[in-house]
Design a protein around this ligand. Sequence first.
Ligand code: CTP
Length: 243
Amino acid sequence: MTRFTRSARASSRSGPSEQRAGRSADRSRLRILITAGPTREYIDPVRFLSNDSSGKMGFALAARAAQRGHSVSLIAGPVALATPEGVQRVDVTSAAEMLRAARRAWKDADLLIMAAAVADYAPVAPARFKLKKSAHSRVLRLAPTVDVLADLSGRRRVGQCVIGFALEDRAGRMNAAEKLQRKGLDAIVLNRPTAIGADVSRVELLVRGGRWQAVPAGEKPALAERLLPIFERLARGASTGRA
Ligand code: CTP
């Protein structure tokens, strides 16, 4: 059990000074919104575009954040993972659904950790009925989905902190740094395609205005353990104007 949870419990049946301590401990309890897993963009009722994201990194972050005493909302694409203890989970399928759920939850959050692998394109006109096979080639028209991370970052209130992920197979640091700038992020976690679906990963972190830091390779829960204190510091800095 974490320090924060114990403090919150103690304050519920205590005297005035303990209540003050409880309130100050409460201030360090963040409301964290995490997205995880892939999205699916349906072509017809039984076929979709998606990717191999397993959701493991986002779920590991959600589990660890809840253990550290934070209030955690997890928006999950289609994944085969159990909800971590103490985490409030909303399941979505498409990028459009993730956007709607994330916009709703963002109003009441201090920190966004956007670990989801959102599809960049969706079919313009999904078929109502299962497409029949034919001997001819077919053209699938796709339209870009809304960038959930950029959208939420653009709607942020003063004091809200936004962390993105970047999946890069070439010029990783350069591309990720460009995403940090373009999407207005406080920090970005760079990972490689080998991280998709894997239990172990190696990531690098760039905090806005700082230098790249390598995070030692490890199981995703161990990475979450290393990343969360950094994210907490950024979020607390944002809320006190010291970001
Ligand atoms: N992202 C998002 N909405 C999208 C696409 C991406 O919120 N429609 C978020 C991801 O969750 C991640 C960050 O943007 O936190 C970067 O995602 P990534 O796939 O690395 O890059 P893209 O922005 O999609 O750009 P590209 O595919 O060209 O590298």
